[in-house]
Every structure is written in structure tokens, then in C-alpha cells.
Design a binder for this molecule. Structure first.
Ligand code: UTP
Length: 624
């Protein structure tokens, strides 16, 4: 709708010299603007953004682009808590702090927070897993999957990558199957009739939304009911071109503001505005579990960590792994301010060491008698108690403390090498919590819980020796290692790994053992299904795909795949020997191979295997 408002009706105050400059091109185009667009124009001019209109031509030229400019401004305004004016004001303040070199931790003293340290497979671990499975029917899962994945450089979305290539199942399938397995197991433990469907939210962005929906739809949601899944798309935020927080225009389109991702912290505001949290509360949900796109080991940690949240009454529980001092992973830290404020929060590794040194710890971030830093490594998996979470979001509307990271052209810090933007991180949620909030961590072994796929082969190969590669190669090998160690703990004889190098990364190669989440959701399940003197040689691959498959004195030297429907009770026993699947090296530059293979640096030559399929209900005691 056109407006015939006179330029003076813009009612701009405090725009200073901008007013005169801005007025002319904008005034000439006023008749094009709908009333709400006039308001948005005022907002922009009041915030010193007149440059956005400087190049606007006469009405009749580029009118569609002018309208879509305001469509974009409307979106940017409505998707940020407090609107675009708040965004610009916050940016100005954070840019000034950055220029002044202000330390966000000024006045804070770090100390080691309290939390739970778990040992895989002991009685405490098993009982926490049981509590966690019980609680799972009161849980909702939230996957943040809006990231660009620039470091990995994969052309598709990360959740579509195979978690491991023995079965080829992608991360998203594994996550959904794990949630469904938890749902079933939890319902079984319920005293009353339980029909719960665990809600699953995926946060996407423009970069990942269509591909994520397509992946779900073309795979029938991997067995989940579509109504269980909610997709929330995060919007990007405006880029900033200078210390006055002037918004940057897109270099390819002068009628468009340049935008970039705001970070995974958006998930809180999106959940709040979606109304899902209240809905969950009314359907007896108690816990919200947040996780990231490519940690194939994560669900090994979920049951026990949820058990910790439930038994300790944690409002916030951060999953953590042991961290070597100065390792490039954030440390969970208790911060106490001189004014008495306290918070338990992730402190980035490059800030933790200087903070410790500045507060009376001359050695900075140093290993203690455990040979690890006393500050646990944050793996960005959070379990929040829903009730207190909702109360907090009512106050903040999900706004998360932001930061800005401009790359300055020189030490005067007056100009940027390229535009920047405000960012926020999901794990900064506890920053605004009152001191009464119960914030803790659950620490378990890295081999069990954490192997993300973030780095491309070239960068991974440059990682200093001893540090994790966090590549597709290490992410897959970590799954085989974890499953091998779990089976060992359950009493099976699993051969030692060999060392091999793929894409310039030296890794341990364990037997390629995988199972569906319905088979081995928690350690007790695995232990209850592996009996006798079972053994697996190093060159073997074992795929267990079915719920009721018992491994009874199996001796495997080759490849064995067992598929069974839930109603089939299968006992796999005897000696299986075949040529198996050999591992072949693949160069990451070899474009004749698929990208998902190239980035891991190996593939399987499926020479020979034994595949057993049980499609009929009943007991099957087949000697393999
Ligand atoms: P990463 O730190 O891995 O970032 O995000 P990224 O953007 O995916 O990858 P790089 O840094 O460009 O290489 C951790 C998690 O947060 C999600 C990612 O999808 C991943 O699950 N994320 C990140 C979002 O959902 N939104 C964002 O804006 C950024």
C-alpha cells in the first residue's frame, strides 16, 4: 500500500547530519512505502543508517528491489529480540568494547565448578543410565543444524553425511533411531500406559533448511512420525561495516543488507517464540536436550547424563569430556565476580588461560594430578530442566549474551578487513541465570562421548600431534573404537587396533563394529546380549541390526551382518570366517570418489561377508 506521508512525517529525531543526506533519496521514494515501511525507515534513520538509501534512484527505477529491501528489513526487525534498533545499539556497544580491548571477564575469578565424573560401565553409570532412560519419556530433543560447516567444506548438509560407512547410515538417521529407541525403552519402564512421542526439533537456517526437509521427507522421517518433528529456521543477522554499526550492503545487490549467521544461540529465542516450550510443559515434558550436528558418539552419553540431571536436580547440565590444559575446546568454569555474582559457564580456551594467569594462577591453565586440566571440556550438549528454562526465557525472551569478533585492518581498530556481525552461542544461556540456579556438568571419557566431524582433510592433517583431528576420518574410527571398547567391557574379546594413516591423519583402526540403537541403547542392554567367549578379530566387521540378537560365543574373523525384526529372537553363535571387507586408502583429491568417501580417506572393498536375515517372529538359534 502506498503512503502519501510527507517527508516531515518521518518524524526523525536525533539523526543529525544523516537527516539531510538521507532525506532526499528517501523523500523522493516515499510514495512507494506502506505505513509500516515508513516506520522501518524512521527506525533506520534514527539509528544512523541513512547510507542504506544514498544510492536509491527515482521512483519507477528498481521499485521491486526497494520493496524487497523493506521485506528484508521487516524480517530482520521481527526475528531479533527487541528488533533491529536493539541489534544496532547492542552492536555499537559491543564494537566500542572490542575497540577498547575490554575483557568480558573483568572482575571475575575462575574456579573449578562441581559436577559428576562418570566411569563407563560401573554400577553408578549403569544405574544413572537406567534413571535417564526412565526420564526420557519426559524429554524433548533439539538439534542445532543451521551451521554453514565452512571448516568441513562439505557441499551437502552435515547431518546427511554417513556417521560411519560400514552401514552408511547418516547422522540424522542415527539420531532419530536413537531417540525412538529411547522412547520405546522409556515407555517400557513406565508404570502407566505410555504412548509418549518424544518431540524432536531441528533448528535449520537458509543454508540447511531445504536440504534437511528433503532428507527427512525422502526417507519417511527415518521411522519417526512427522508430527513429532518440528523445524525451526533461524534467520541471519545484518552485517556491520564499521564501529558505528552501520549496516553493510550486499556487495552484489545495493538494495539488500548483507547478512550472516548469528550462531546457535538463536535456538533459545526460536524455541521461546515458537510456543513449543509451553506446549511441552502441558504434556508432561521435564527436560530439553540440545545437541549438535555431527557427534556420532553422543547418544552413548545421553542416558547417563539425563540420569545425572534427574538425580542431581540440575537446571542446567553440560556434557563434558576430560580436557588437556590449553586444548582447543572451551572449559566449563565457575566465575565469581567481585560483586558476588557467580555463574558456571563455558570459557573459550584462549580466554581461560589468560584469565587464570590474571587471577593469581601463575601457571595458567595447567594439567593437574589427573594429567588433565581441572576445567572440564565443554562438548556443547546441554540438558535443561524445562520449568526453570521457561521461567528464564519469560524474562529474556531467549536473548543470549552476544559477542562481536571484527578483524581490524590495523592496530588503530578503526576499519574492518570485512564486515562483521553479532554472534551468540547456545552454551551462553546460563550467563543470565540467578545464583540459585543449579548448574553442573557430567564428565565422561572422550572415547565414549565425543567425536565431532568439523575439519576438512587438509586442516585435520595439520592438527598438532596428540590433538584430536575432528575430521570425517577420526569421527568414523571413533565409533568403531567406542563400540569395540563397550563390547570388551561386556566381556567379549575384541582384538587390539592397528595404526594406519588416512588423508595424512594417523588413527587407530579397530574392528568395524556397529549396532542399531535398539540393540544397545545402554550398557546393560549390551551386557545382557553378549555372552560366552565371543571374539572379533581386528580385520572384522560386525553389523548388528535388530533388537533381540544375542551374541553367544561367536568367533568372528571376517564380516558378519545380522538383520532381524524385533519379534525374532536370534542367537548368533559359532565360528564365522570369510574374506571380509578390506580397507582401501582413498586420496581426498581423487574426484572419482564421492565426496563423503574422499573426506574420510578410505573405503571398504566388500570382498566377502555372511549376511543373516531373520524376518519371521520366534526363536532362532542359528549356528552361524
Ligand atoms: P559449528 O561450530 O560446527 O559451526 O557449529 P558450523 O557453522 O556448523 O561450522 P563452521 O564453523 O562453519 O565450520 C556447532 C553446531 O551449531 C550449529 C551447527 O549446525 C552445529 O550443529 N549452528 C552453528 C547453528 O545451528 N547455527 C549457526 O548459526 C551456527
Amino acid at each position: 500500500m502506498a503512503s502519501d506521508a510527507a517527508p516531515a512525517a518521518l518524524g526523525i529525531s536525533g539523526a543529525g547530519d544523516d537527516w539531510a543526506e538521507a532525506c532526499t533519496p528517501l523523500r523522493r521514494n516515499l510514495q512507494l512505502l506502506a505505513p509500516d515501511e515508513v516506520e522501518l525507515a524512521k527506525l533506520l534513520l534514527n539509528e544512523g543508517q541513512s547510507h542504506l538509501f544514498e544510492h536509491w534512484l527515482e521512483p519507477g527505477v528498481d521499485d521491486d528491489k526497494k520493496r524487497s529491501f523493506f521485506d528484508q528489513v521487516r524480517r530482520l526487525n521481527s526475528s531479533y529480540p527487541g528488533g533491529l534498533a536493539s541489534y544496532i545499539q547492542n552492536a555499537r556497544k559491543l564494537l566500542a568494547d572490542s575497540k577498547a580491548g575490554k575483557n568480558p571477564y573483568d572482575g571475575f575469578t575462575p574456579s573449578v565448578p562441581s559436577g559428576e565424573i562418570l566411569t563407563f560401565g560401573d554400577d553408578n553409570f549403569v544405574s544413572l543410565e537406567e534413571s535417564g532412560v526412565k526420564e526420557a519419556r519426559h524429554a524433548a530433543f533439539v538439534l542445532v543444524a543451521g551451521g554453514l560447516g565452512e571448516r568441513l567444506g562439505y557441499k551437502g548438509i552435515k547431518v546427511a553425511l554417513p556417521r560411519e560407512t560400514t552401514t552408511g547410515k547418516c547422522f540424522l538417521q542415527h539420531y532419530i533411531e536413537s531417540i525412538l529407541a529411547l522412547q520405546d525403552a522409556s515407555c517400557k519402564l513406565a508404570e502407566d500406559k505410555c504412548h509418549t512421542k518424544i518431540p524432536f526439533v531441528i533448528m535449520t537456517s537458509d543454508d540447511t533448511n531445504a536440504l534437511t526437509i528433503n532428507l527427512l521427507e525422502s526417507n519417511s522421517y527415518f521411522g519417526m512420525e512427522p508430527s513429532q518433528v518440528n523445524i525451526l529456521k533461524q534467520e541471519k543477522v545484518a552485517c556491520l561495516s564499521d564501529n558505528d554499526a552501520r549496516l553493510a550492503l550486499d556487495p552484489n545487490d545495493k538494495y539488500k543488507i548483507q547478512t550472516k549467521p548469528h550462531g546457535h544461540g538463536d535456538v533459545h529465542a526460536l524455541l521461546y517464540s515458537s510456543g513449543l516450550l509451553e506446549q511441552w510443559k502441558s504434556t508432561d515434558r521435564k527436560w530439553v536436550l540440545f545437541f549438535q550436528d555431527t557427534n556420532g558418539l553422543l547418544f552413548n552419553a545421553i542416558p547417563s547424563a539425563l540420569g545425572v540431571s534427574a538425580t542431581k536436580g540440575y537446571n542446567v547440565n553440560s556434557l563434558a569430556v576430560p580436557r588437556k590444559a590449553k586444548e582447543a575446546i572451551g572449559g566449563i568454569t565457575k566465575l565469581t565476580h567481585v560483586d558476588g555474582r557467580t555463574m558456571v559457564i563455558n570459557v573459550e580456551y584462549n580466554q581461560l588461560d589468560p584469565l587464570l594467569r590474571a587471577t593469581g594462577h601463575p601457571d595458567g591453565d595447567a594439567n593437574c594430578e589427573t594429567f588433565y586440566s581441572p576445567y572440564p571440556g565443554n562438548i556443547n550438549q546441554l540438558i535443561l530442566e524445562l520449568g526453570p528454562y521457561i521461567e528464564e526465557l519469560k524474562k529474556t525472551h531467549g536473548a543470549i549474551s552476544e559477542f562481536v569478533n571484527p578483524k581490524y585492518t590495523d592496530s588503530t581498530k578503526t576499519t574492518f578487513k570485512s564486515s562483521t556481525r553479532l554472534e551468540c552461542m547456545m552454551q551462553d544461556y546460563p550467563k543470565t541465570l540467578p545464583p540459585s540456579a543449579k548448574v553442573g556438568f557430567t564428565l565422561m571419557d572422550t572415547w565414549l562421548a565425543y567425536a565431532p566431524v568439523k575439519n576438512n582433510p587438509e586442516d585435520a592433517a595439520k592438527v598438532p600431534k596428540g590433538n584430536p583431528y575432528h575430521s570425517a576420518t577420526s569421527g568414523e574410527m571413533a565409533i568403531y573404537k567406542a563400540n569395540s571398547l563397550i563390547l570388551r567391557k561386556a566381556g567379549a574379546q575384541i582384538a587390539d587396533p592397528v595404526i594406519d594413516t588416512f588423508n595424512g591423519q594417523e588413527v587407530e583402526v579397530w574392528p568395524r563394529i556397529t549396532w542399531s540403537p535398539r540393540w544397545g541403547l545402554v550398557f546393560k542392554d549390551v551386557k545382557g546380549k553378549v555372552h560366552g567367549n565371543s571374539s572379533v578379530s581386528q580385520r572384522s566387521a560386525l553389523v548388528i541390526n535388530g533388537k533381540n540378537i544375542a551374541v553367544e560365543g561367536l568367533s568372528l574373523d571376517g564380516t558378519l551382518i545380522v538383520n532381524a525384526i524385533d519379534e525374532a529372537e536370534v542367537e548368533v553363535t559359532g565360528h564365522v570366517e570369510n574374506k571380509g571387507w578390506t580397507i582401501q586408502h582413498v586420496d581426498h583429491k581423487d574426484t572419482s570418489e564421492k565426496e563423503e568417501i574422499r573426506i574420510r580417506g578410505f573405503k571398504f572393498d566388500k570382498v566377502e561377508q555372511l549376511e543373516l536375515n531373520y524376518t519371521e517372529p520366534g526363536q532362532h538359534s542359528t549356528k552361524a
